[in-house]
Design a protein. Structure first.
Length: 263
């Protein structure tokens, strides 16, 4: 066997093992979270200290959700994540931490009734969306904005059933909302005007929780104005997203044999 062949087989074995590791993370996540009931994913900065008003508001948010019988899901770290987990845990509710293994070690906060640790961000992201009936988002940094815009994208493209996205902290979010409305919608027209309505902004945990509670109870207006789908287009897959329609399945085969439908 040549050196190139050894490298190929070694690489293939390593990649195959990586696939099994990824599958393992999905399986562990599904088995752990499938029985937690309705849940809300809460995001916000890991840098928020315990004496910050938004930390206290996140504690209240976690507590109110737990008292309403709703599980709380966070990234499991410090700051806002810790605050939301603390509120839920202290109230005797389900408090989930989806921790991530990072080069700079993140210590899981001590307020988790269900603790998972992921090596892959994309596995973790699936859990945030699949088991959530809503997102409540406090002031945060890149990670917070990542989850915010990912949820907006999934709802805007109809890839998931719409759920409420509630941003807490008008002072923090107002300039972003103005930029989205003026620059994205009006000036460059890269989003539609109604896309701004896919999320709400408030200043209180009480209002954020009430918006989510109404949605869970079927009383909210989250899906107002959005199209309804039936058949394969609206079918929900195991990972929590809509199956959609694969247009490649409906293409006629070309004469050269390309795009030939699968058997």
């Amino acid at each position: 066997m040549t050196v190139e062949e050894i490298r190929h087989h070694s690489s293939f074995g390593y990649e195959a093992w990586r696939v099994l590791r990824i599958v393992g993370e999905f399986v562990e996540g599904f088995e752990t979270l499938e029985s937690i009931g309705p849940a809300v994913s809460i995001f916000g900065s890991a840098r928020t200290p315990a004496d910050d008003p938004w930390y206290q508001e996140a504690v209240k948010c976690g507590r109110l959700l737990a008292q309403s019988g709703t599980a709380v899901i966070t990234g499991g770290g410090p700051g806002i994540m810790e605050a939301a987990n603390k509120g839920a845990c202290d109230a005797g509710g389900v408090s989930v931490g989806l921790n991530i293994a990072l080069p700079m070690e993140q210590d899981p906060n001590p307020y988790q009734t269900h603790e998972l640790t992921f090596n892959y961000f994309f596995c973790r992201k699936v859990m945030f969306v699949k088991y959530a009936k809503g997102f409540i988002i406090f002031p945060g940094g890149y990670g917070t904005f990542d989850e915010f815009f990912e949820a907006l994208t999934l709802i805007q493209t109809f890839k998931i059933e719409p759920f409420p996205i509630v941003c807490v902290g008008t002072e923090f979010w107002s300039d972003l909302v103005k930029w989205m409305r003026h620059t994205l919608s009006e000036k460059f027209k890269t989003i539609s005007p109604e896309d701004i309505d896919l999320f709400k902004v408030t200043d209180t945990a009480e209002e954020a929780v009430e918006i989510v509670r109404a949605h869970i109870a079927g009383e909210g207006d989250t899906a107002a104005g959005l199209p309804q789908f039936s058949g394969a287009a609206g079918e929900t897959s195991a990972e929590g997203t809509r199956v959609g329609v694969d247009k490649h399945q409906h293409r006629k085969p070309r004469r050269n044999g390309k795009n030939k439908p699968a058997d």
